[in-house]
Design a binder for this molecule. Structure first.
Ligand code: HMH
Length: 220
């Protein structure tokens, strides 16, 4: 039997809250085809703003990875993630156009602002690479699991939302999340107890922020 990594152990330990993020009511309504268009548009507009702030955060993780440079698969995996954000931002612009959303007029809601503040705090050089990398992986994996759930067998996701779900739910994005998870587990194996604790607390914080982010779509 394959030994499980620390991240897997944490996801099992924190399964209820992790599921509250990955099987959130907003995601369930996409999956069962009952999602309201205003909810989807709110999510789309807010996520565009989030992704813009996500770019410098990912850049900061890349810088930390470069500085740590032991043997480093890390840099390549993170650089790949950064590169795909360019296409992602173009996609948001096209998608917003389709839905009649004017992105320049979108105002960030509180949950979004709070989440972006967390990203900003993680960009500090004081924050250790292991903790920042754990956050990065957690941010990506919540989207991967959530949207993969919407394109599984038996899902009734409306055709006009399929492309969105496939963006994060596709196999390639799944593999990328697995690569990130592997990097995190490698780091956690060498981490001190203090770093381990900080990384676990960070995972939980990301999950909570993801839940709050989905909540915006319901008008909370
Ligand atoms: C809020 N979390 C949020 N937005 C995203 N685009 C992702 C995660 C995945 O990159």
């Amino acid at each position: 039997e394959k030994k499980i990594g620390m991240t897997e152990a944490w996801l099992r330990k924190h399964r209820p809250v992790y599921q509250a993020a990955t099987k959130h009511p907003f995601i369930r309504t996409i999956r069962d085809g009952t999602v309201q268009s205003h909810s989807f548009k709110t999510w789309l507009a807010q996520d565009y703003l989030f992704v813009r702030e996500f770019v410098p955060f990912v850049a900061s993780v890349l810088i930390k990875a470069c500085k740590e440079s032991d043997d480093n698969d890390d840099v390549e995996v993170i650089l790949g993630g950064m590169a795909s954000l360019k296409d992602e931002i173009s996609w948001f612009k096209r998608e917003a156009n389709k839905w009649g959303i004017s992105l320049s007029e979108v105002i960030p809601q509180n949950a979004n602002k709070n989440y972006c503040q967390l990203l900003e705090s993680l960009m500090s050089p004081e924050v250790d690479y292991t903790v920042a990398l754990t956050a990065f992986w957690a941010i990506e994996v919540v989207y991967q699991e959530s949207f993969a759930h919407c394109i599984e067998e038996g899902s009734k996701t409306p055709p006009e939302l399929k492309e969105t779900c496939e963006r994060w739910g596709n196999e390639g994005f799944g593999q990328y999340c697995k690569s990130l998870q592997k990097l995190v587990d490698q780091r956690l194996q060498k981490a001190s107890d203090d770093e381990l604790k900080k990384a676990e607390v960070m995972l939980l914080s990301i999950i909570e922020h993801e839940i709050e982010f989905w909540n915006m779509s319901r008008g909370n």
